[in-house]
Write a protein that binds this ligand. Structure first.
Ligand code: AHR
Length: 509
């Protein structure tokens, strides 16, 4: 059996994990909102038309912040269409996803749902086809207490108390040619700067997220961020970036090693922040808001690899006709292997807790999501639900530095350790919680956990995500085919990590 050692000393930390690390995202896209969050007439819908089964699972998943309403959708969206009496709301073409938006669900419905579920909304404004005035008006509508046109209208529409939304995204993926109203870095900078000014005039307490680069194959990658941050650094609080991992024929070894690709992606955003800070003598620190991340295999989009995004202007879907209402699109069916990879990406998030403050799993319901609903029917957890749930349940405290001594394997990202851990110290419970991937597809690995300065700690819980069939998927008929399993706790400082597995190991006194 292969052997590895993971060493951690209580004095050496990476960073405190922010609660917002386990946030998510829901877009007006496919069945994310309609027949996801909202389905009046469903047997389990409440008086507002919200599905109670969905609310329960979202609560269980433990997401603190949810980003809304897009995504690419936001760059075509006029928020005014989604307020007031529903019978007066217009049906519009959503260019982003070639669908029809009925506008039955808008900002008020989202904020009321968020309150019921106990999550904090993070709202993106339209900096594509929208104006800077629309952005300011939306902040006024949501956050101003009253006595002005937009705040009084909110009260008239049923919400006298302001929503006090703290986190605001200045557009979405504005670097991409697929974005409605896509801008050059210089033009985005000008527009975002003016939008930020107005939005902060309306409510100086808000926190702003600037659109950074997300796609490494675009020629503007990183140069976009340098240009934009040089002007916006002092006006914003976070730099946004997105990262999707696609299984597109690179082989299992490279797919499993995607945690390394996410790591370099995050570090690149961190480096450009540091560069702009140093060059311009800025004093404050900016944090990263990874407001979209996931495995996304483009199961129903005509695209062979992420490289094909360059120059792309429209997404062609194989799962629906154009201009349907709430079409069943982007409904990825996640496998055990995808779930193990998602777990690996979570390890990378934890190991970057010093620079990533907000991270949103994209998305939440039906669309590239951990939760799937059946229209007028039941609900089930996709395979990726489980690692994300474990991270949000146990990944609290401080990420500690981990030194690993292990056999190596080689992949597209170089020579890597066969095990990849994130070590979290939870001060409250006085527990060391280790999230660890065994990337070896053939053999189990015995992991020795060498802890210094934590007092006597032994393994008291060991949960594992693994199986014989890496293509296994959950369905409404077989909802627990892929799930976490509990192994017998060793009661020592050693654990056996099954071949190709994602593990949660908890050590306590
Ligand atoms: O999450 C799906 C899409 O991925 C979002 O709309 C967009 O921001 C990204 O390209």
């Amino acid at each position: 059996m292969k052997k590895a050692v993971c060493f951690s000393d209580k004095h050496y930390t990476i960073g405190k994990i922010d609660e917002k690390m386990y946030s998510s995202f829901t877009e007006h896209l496919g069945r994310s909102i309609y027949s996801g969050i909202y389905e009046p007439g469903h047997p389990d819908a409440d008086e507002d038309g919200y599905r109670k089964d969905v609310m329960e699972l979202v609560k269980e998943l433990g997401v603190p912040v949810i980003r809304y309403p897009g995504g690419n959708f936001v760059s075509c969206y006029d928020w005014h269409d989604g307020i007031g009496p529903k019978e007066n709301r217009p049906k519009r073409m959503d260019y982003a996803w070639s669908s029809i938006e009925t506008n039955e669900f808008g900002i008020d419905e989202f904020c009321r749902w968020a309150k019921k579920v106990g999550v904090e909304p993070m709202i993106a404004v339209n900096l594509g086809t929208g104006s800077i005035k629309d952005a300011g008006d939306l902040v006024e509508y949501c956050n101003h207490p009253g006595g002005t046109y937009w705040s009084d209208l909110r009260a008239k529409n049923g919400s006298p108390e302001p929503y006090n939304i703290k986190y605001w995204c200045l557009g979405n993926e504005m670097e991409g040619s697929w974005q409605a109203g896509h801008l050059s870095a210089e033009d985005y900078t000008k527009k975002a700067l003016e939008a930020a000014k107005i939005m902060k005039w309306v409510d100086p307490s808000i926190k702003l997220v600037a659109c950074g680069s997300s796609y490494e194959m675009l020629p503007t990658y990183m140069e976009w961020d340098r240009t934009m941050l040089t002007e916006l650094y002092d006006q914003v609080d976070y730099l946004s970036t997105h990262n999707y991992t696609m299984n597109s024929g690179q082989g299992t070894t490279n797919f499993v090693a995607a945690y390394k690709q996410l790591d370099s992606h995050i570090k690149n955003s961190g480096r450009v922040i540091e560069y702009v800070k140093a060059k311009n003598h800025f004093e404050k620190d900016l944090k990263i808001c990874l407001d979209e991340w996931n495995v996304w295999n483009f199961q129903d989009i005509k695209l062979d690899s992420l490289d094909d995004l360059q120059g792309l202007t429209t997404f062609e879907m194989t799962s629906a006709e154009k201009w349907e209402i709430a079409p069943s699109i982007l409904q990825e069916k996640y496998s055990l292997l995808d779930a193990i990879v998602v777990g690996g990406l979570g390890i990378t998030l934890l190991n970057n807790a010093d620079i990533v403050e907000i991270a949103c799993l994209a998305q939440l319901i039906n669309v590239i999501a951990p939760i799937t609903t059946i229209r007028n029917g039941g609900i089930f957890k996709q395979a990726i639900y489980h690692p994300f749930h474990m991270l949000s349940k146990y990944g609290h405290g401080t990420t500690m530095k981990a030194i690993v001594n292990a056999p190596k394997y080689s992949c597209d990202f170089g020579e890597l350790n066969i095990v990849e851990p994130a070590v979290v110290y939870n001060e409250e419970a006085d527990e060391v919680r280790i999230f660890v991937l065994n990337c070896d597809q053939e053999e189990e690995v015995e992991l020795e956990i060498d802890l210094q300065g934590y007092g006597e700690k032994k393994v008291k819980k060991h949960l594992v995500l693994n199986g014989e069939d890496y293509e296994a998927r959950n369905t409404i008929e077989d909802p627990d085919r892929v799930t976490m399993k509990e192994l017998e706790a060793s009661g020592t400082n050693r654990v056996i990590l099954p071949k190709l597995s994602w593990n949660v190991v908890i050590l306590g006194s």
